[in-house]
Structure formats: structure tokens, C-alpha cells
Design a binder for this molecule. Sequence first.
Ligand code: AMP
Length: 221
Amino acid sequence: MGQNRSGRIVMLGAPGVGKGTQAKRLHVEFDWVHISTGDMLREAVSRGTELGKQAQAFMEKGDLVPDDVIVGLVAERLNGQDCKEGFILDGFPRTVYQAEQLDRVLDDLNMPLDSVISVEVPDEEIIDRLSRRWVCEKCGQMVSCSENEASSGCSQCGGNLIRRKDDQPETIKYRLQVYQERTQALIGYYEKKGLLLKVDGTGSMDDVYDKVRIAVKDNQA
Ligand code: AMP
């Protein structure tokens, strides 16, 4: 697969399956735009924008932000000239309504999806991974470690390691429930369209990326 192939990809999967990490790697390798709705919303919250104010309470509880808010945000981003070369949607769509709206937006842009990669990890492993996920308050580095290890601070800058509000143990279970109730139906939705590629998300990040790459490559061959 040449570096100049376009790719229009959705990364699907429960919170904590590592789809963000894999999306970033595809972005680095192929230069497709990485669109993470979670990152866009977190930035809006930290900047205190109107969108951030609307989204914050939903996010902290682990609930989904209302569909229309998020569809508008993604539609605007997909209209960007840079998305013509390819994009990776990470964390969107999360409901059937969002998927239908995405189809409509991409139809209008004449940019149909190439593939939907569903990264699959058992719930117990997700709970374990998310409860070990820490982020440095100061430099933003993501670290995977126990609560005890986290108390010694960031290895890069010494800053405090904190948990995302929605990575608290009770909220993790709720987010998985929200995924099952609202997002899992997308697997069938994209399977019917012949776009779904399932990837086993257990194992090292490198192993999973190899599988993601192969899935993307086979689909473009
Ligand atoms: P993430 O980083 O993808 O796990 O997203 C963090 C939070 O942002 C989610 O728990 C939701 O509250 C919100 N969010 C992100 N993407 C969406 C979406 N497509 N639809 C609704 N809410 C979203």
C-alpha cells in the first residue's frame, strides 16, 4: 500500500480497547487526519467554550453527549480540505443515529467510508487497563501503572499523575454499559454494509497495530 492511498476509516470499540492509540499510529504512518471526538470535547471543556460547558457533565458521568451536538462538530471537521486525503474517526459514531448522519454527511461530500475496524477486547481486560490509566497533570504523558506506582509521579517531569474523571472505577463500568446499550449495534450496522473488519485488540500495541494495518491493507488491495 503506497503512502499516498486515501483511507476513510472508522475505529469502533469499547472505551479502553486502545482504538485511540491505533488511530494515532495510522495517522502517523499514512497522514490521514485523526478525528477523536473525545479529544475534541476534552479540549472544549478545558478551554471553557460553549460546547465544553454543554458536554462536561455528560462526560464526567460517562454518558454520551447529545447526538446533534457531536454530529455538527464532526460534520464541520470532515468538511476540512485536509480530510480529502483520508481520515480516521475515533470514538464516532457511537449511536445508530450518529452513523446514519455520518453516512449522510459523507454522501454529500462524495467520500464514502472504506472500512470500519472493530477492536475487540474482553470486558475484564478493559476494566483492568482503564483502572491502570493515568495522565500527567503537567506534561500530559499517558502512563499505565498501579495506583501505588502512580503516587510517585510522572517519570518525565515529576508532575502529579491523575485519573481522567471518567476513568474512576464506577464510571468505567457505566461506560461499558453505555457502549453495550448504544454503540454495539453499530457492529451489525456496518457488517450489513460489508465494511466491518474485526481485529483482536489483546496483546501488545505493536501486535495489534500489525493486525490493524493488515486489515486496512487487505481492504484496499
Ligand atoms: P472517549 O475519549 O472517546 O472515550 O470519549 C470521552 C467522552 O466524550 C465519552 O464518554 C462521551 O461522554 C463523550 N463522547 C466522545 N465521543 C462521543 C460521541 N461520538 N457521542 C457522544 N459522546 C461522545
